[in-house]
Design a protein around this ligand. Structure first.
Ligand SMILES: Nc1ncnc2c1ncn2[C@@H]1O[C@H](COP(=O)(O)OP(=O)(O)OP(=O)(O)O)[C@@H](O)[C@H]1O
Ligand SMILES: [Mg+2]
Length: 278
């Protein structure tokens, strides 16, 4: 396996409007097989940042390297072989006449055998319970189903770097859990995952590293345990730790660790405290 970072962001500035920078100088290295969460308030630059990772946006200043390749020199088509991006808004991504065609589009362009393409399409339809809608135009489906189609259309390619921009917004619990089970499995197989989310519990549970964006810059970076104890920075970014973490922090005087991220770890710590003070 290469030791080169999956993505290297160097002095990245991006302006949609010449007067208003959306990114004001971002430096970030994302290791191969990282599982990175990107959090921050609305308009802080998360989507603008991750759209640079597959070359959809090109830097106004600075560089973005994907496995060493400068995205300025690569077409979005070339990048699509190694980077899959699930758009925040599924309607910016969906363009085919049926769900099956939407999911088939990517793998057909990867040069895979017909059998493998068919196998992948079926697996993606099954993974997101889209079988009943395979021959339906995605445009007529409700928001949650359109979101699943947009995720399936990228998941089916098994990109080495998978970028998900608010993937669970609009999904029911079971669909969100199944999605994250699949994403975790891809991470375990060696893929690099970038997850943009407003769901702090989702980020705390799944990500190994977190960056907090604020006004076009990275405010804090670290493990979820570290970042969710950075109260001042979180407040500045209009964020709060997951409720179970906030509760653990309120119970610090009982010996509850402030880096508790999940209900499971809360219960374990609670068990230890009860054993120590029967
Ligand atoms: N297409 C665009 N044209 C002009 N300005 C834009 C465009 N897209 C985003 N911006 C501006 O760039 C800044 C960063 O926006 P971005 O969409 O990256 O934020 P975000 O962190 O993804 O927000 P959200 O949590 O709402 O998705 C904001 O000030 C936004 O208004
Ligand atoms: Mg966004």
């Amino acid at each position: 396996m290469t030791t080169q970072p999956a993505i290297a962001v160097q002095g990245l500035v991006y302006r949609y409007d010449p007067e208003l920078p959306a990114l004001e100088g971002v430096d970030l290295e994302i290791a191969n097989n990282a599982y990175l969460g990107v959090i921050g308030q609305n308009g802080s630059g998360k989507t603008t940042l991750v759209k640079h990772f597959n070359g959809l946006l090109k830097p106004t200043e600075g560089h973005v390297l994907v496995f060493g390749m400068d995205t300025r020199q690569a077409s979005v088509g070339q990048m699509a072989h190694s980077v899959g991006y699930v758009f925040q808004n599924p309607d910016h991504q969906i363009f085919c006449a049926t769900t099956r065609e939407e999911i088939a589009f990517g793998p057909r362009n990867l040069g895979l055998s017909d059998d493998l393409v068919q196998e992948r399409i079926q697996d993606a339809l099954d993974a997101f319970a889209l079988g009943p809608y395979a021959d339906v135009p995605p445009a007529v489906l409700g928001y949650g189903l359109r979101r699943k189609v947009s995720i399936a259309a990228v998941y089916v390619m098994r990109p080495q770097i998978l970028i998900l921009d608010e993937p669970t917004a609009g999904l029911d619990r079971r669909s969100a859990d199944e999605l994250m089970r699949r994403v975790d499995a891809m991470h375990a197989e060696g893929h690099t995952i970038v997850l943009v989310s407003h769901d702090m519990q989702l980020v705390a549970t799944h990500c190994r590293e977190v960056v907090v964006m604020d006004e076009g810059r990275i405010l804090v970076q670290g493990t979820p345990e570290e970042v969710f104890q950075e109260h001042a920075a979180l407040a500045r970014a209009s964020l709060a730790p997951p409720p179970v973490t906030a509760l653990a922090q309120r119970l610090a005087d009982l010996g509850m660790p402030g880096h508790t991220l999940t209900i499971e770890s809360f219960c374990q710590a609670y068990g230890r405290i009860r054993e120590a003070h029967p």
